[in-house]
Design a protein around this ligand. Sequence first.
Ligand code: NAD
Ligand code: TYD
Length: 354
Amino acid sequence: MPTILVTGGAGFIGANFILLARKLNWANVVNLDKLTYASNLNNLAALRTDNSYHFIQGDINNFELVSYILEKYQPDAVINFAAESHVDRSIFSPQDFIQTNVIGTFQLLEASRFYWQKLSEQQQKEFRFLHISTDEVYGSLTPTAPAFKENTPYSPNSPYAASKASSDHFVRAYYHTYGLPTLTTNCSNNYGPMQFPEKLIPLIILNAINSQPLPIYGDGQNIRDWLYVIDHCQAIYLVLKQGKIGDTYNIGGLNEQTNLTVVKKICAILDELIPIADFSYSSLITFVKDRPGHDRRYAIDCQKISEELGWFPQENFDSGLTKTVQWYLNNPAWVEQVRSRNYQAWLQQNYENR
Ligand code: NAD
Ligand code: TYD
């Protein structure tokens, strides 16, 4: 079985990926994570007794540590999930995004390049560096514009998107300059279990359960293309196994929704699952001051990954959203732990003056 070095595996998508990789025996996994506020080692509690899973706390900026891990575990692939990932936080503190997303990715590429150059010819051919990126690098679409394709010009609008765009360019450069066998995926908005409740869907679920206002930025007509996280993980694995080196693959849910529709759907699910007499959760909806530079619409054209690798999203939005709401209701201990950290301070910083 191959070994994969996963970075950022204690976060939302990385943890879902590792759990799936171990459940389906895709690979032995070594997880390098700095354990920032967005991480949660409880996400991976099911692997405590799994000898094919190893966790190391550390920073992708630490070239010596990454080099040591590569030498020790001899992975067949590196998958880079590690990132600062929230647009609103990138507006308050862009520096952290440059440090991890740009410089951290560069350090990880450098360590991977030196490791890769020492492998045998056959191992060099088989090695992969898979970089997980976002559709936000392409900028914002008008309501009728065609969806983003792999050759859509980059046009990032937030510090988060700019930092991811920069990291994508470095990954590309390492393929063209050094021949490092890289792959990049650009995915749309994910939702599902274990997402930190600073992002729209878990924030709305938790606020609603706690009878707090449901903040909608601007007019609520911004559009995102939502993909269930497990569908994303399946796509990542396919790209790792069968993607053409040096290429990029767009991954999307074929599921464009306005923010207001998403929030109303969550409210309708809660009205069903935990009804309160003479009350609808939608009465908590509150329109608040817009996000600066708020991208109006994202949409992914995933024809390439569908045609070349046979991938299609499997989860339907209504059932995926119901499963997600159910997960937060069924995991009060996880929710309590997340909410008791510096989360309250973040809510105050982001929402108090809106
Ligand atoms: P997340 O914020 O939930 O998790 C990020 C993880 O990276 C955390 O566990 C954190 O501790 C770790 N990390 C941060 N800085 C690190 C560093 N310097 N060294 C090591 N580990 C570090 O993010 P996510 O939502 O799981 O996203 C994972 C990746 O997918 C990111 O690269 C993100 O840009 C990309 N992505 C996310 C979405 C989405 O909707 N969430 C969509 C498309 C792409
Ligand atoms: P988010 O989950 O932060 O993802 P991204 O900004 O990466 O797309 O936000 C999704 C959408 O929801 C985005 O258009 C901003 C909006 N939004 C709100 O309206 N209210 C909120 O409290 C948050 C966090 C997001």
